[in-house]
Design a protein around this ligand. Structure first.
Ligand code: FAD
Length: 269
């Protein structure tokens, strides 16, 4: 079975959604195909939930800075409100109904499924071939990469997708990868009381080290360069969430045993 459209948008993350919405609103016959959630990584697993997490950890850090500056403070972290806000206010419990309706109200045709190119101008999904008379837009984005570390797939681990869904925090967390996202999540969880450790290749850390928002005790990028891309650098956060001054190159550790760690599941309501 073949159906025709002016434009087919494959993947409706922030990029694809914007293109599909705009073209549909301008009167083109648009088919939008999405395998997961309309809106993609940013609203459900990326920018928005992580910025809600950062908002929470920044408040904790600010509260802890009151002594010596503006009086006394006693700060007790509670992850519950953060998890609730992400689930209810940001992601609607990881439900994209509102986004689908918004697209359909603009005149778009929404198809849930994994699309595949099926020849020039053609995309197949769910046994139907859609043929585009004007264009196919490929906006399939990215998904978390799981590195080929022996044994990793045999233990429970999170990617960013599980990290934003967590309702109860573990007591310790090892973070593999010290780019912007790894360090952002390390700072968040540490400020909420989790003992965090980031493991990273030195060359990676030296090019992608952001400044944690505390701005305190942050090593300069050159501190991270150890001269060998295979030497790992390890950064520990104290439970209150500020990075320790001790940043050291270390031999790869034999094992990492996080405590109190479980894979989050989505709760309803
Ligand atoms: C933890 C985290 C924090 C971030 N924080 C920020 C931030 O603060 N600020 C910022 O600007 N950016 C941030 N980003 C980056 C931002 O999320 C991405 O840049 C953005 O989501 C990219 O949008 P996209 O539309 O290109 O791709 P995506 O959001 O990846 O969307 C692609 C969509 O295509 C779908 N798809 C893939 N293949 C198919 C197929 N064959 N058929 C149908 N559908 C398919 C996927 O399901 C997905 O929904 C963050 C990312 C992460 C992971």
């Amino acid at each position: 079975m073949t159906e025709r459209a002016d434009v087919i948008v494959l993947g409706l993350g922030v990029g694809g959604e914007e293109v599909a919405d705009t073209l549909a609103a301008r009167g083109l016959n648009v088919v939008g195909i999405e395998s997961n959630l309309l809106g993609g990584e940013c609203p459900y697993y990326g920018c928005i939930p992580t910025k809600m997490m950062v908002r929470g950890d920044d408040l904790l850090a600010e509260g802890r800075r009151i002594p010596g500056v503006a009086g006394e403070s006693s700060v007790t972290p509670d992850w519950g409100p953060v998890a609730r806000r992400i689930r209810k206010e940001a992601t609607d419990n990881w439900d994209d109904r509102v986004a689908v309706e918004r697209f359909e109200k603009k005149g778009g045709r929404f198809v849930r499924g994994t699309g595949r190119l099926a020849g020039p101008g053609k995309v197949s999904v769910n046994g139907i071939v859609y043929e585009a008379t004007r264009a196919i837009v490929i906006a399939t984005g990215t998904s978390p990469a799981v590195p080929p570390i022996p044994g990793l797939r045999e233990v429970p681990f999170w990617t960013n997708r599980e990290a934003v869904k967590v309702e109860r925090l573990p007591s310790t967390l090892a973070i593999l990868g010290g780019g912007a996202i790894g360090l952002e999540l390390g700072q968040v969880f540490a400020r909420f009381g989790v003992t965090c450790c980031a493991e990273m290749a030195s060359s990676f850390a030296s090019t992608s080290m952001p400044t944690p928002s505390s701005g305190k005790g942050v090593p300069s990028p050159s501190t991270w360069t150890t001269g060998s891309r295979f030497v790992r650098t390890r950064c520990w956060w104290q439970p209150a969430g500020e990075p320790t001054s001790a940043i050291s190159a270390s031999r790869p550790s034999a094992s990492i045993r996080p405590r109190g760690f479980s894979t989050p599941t989505t709760t309803s309501g």
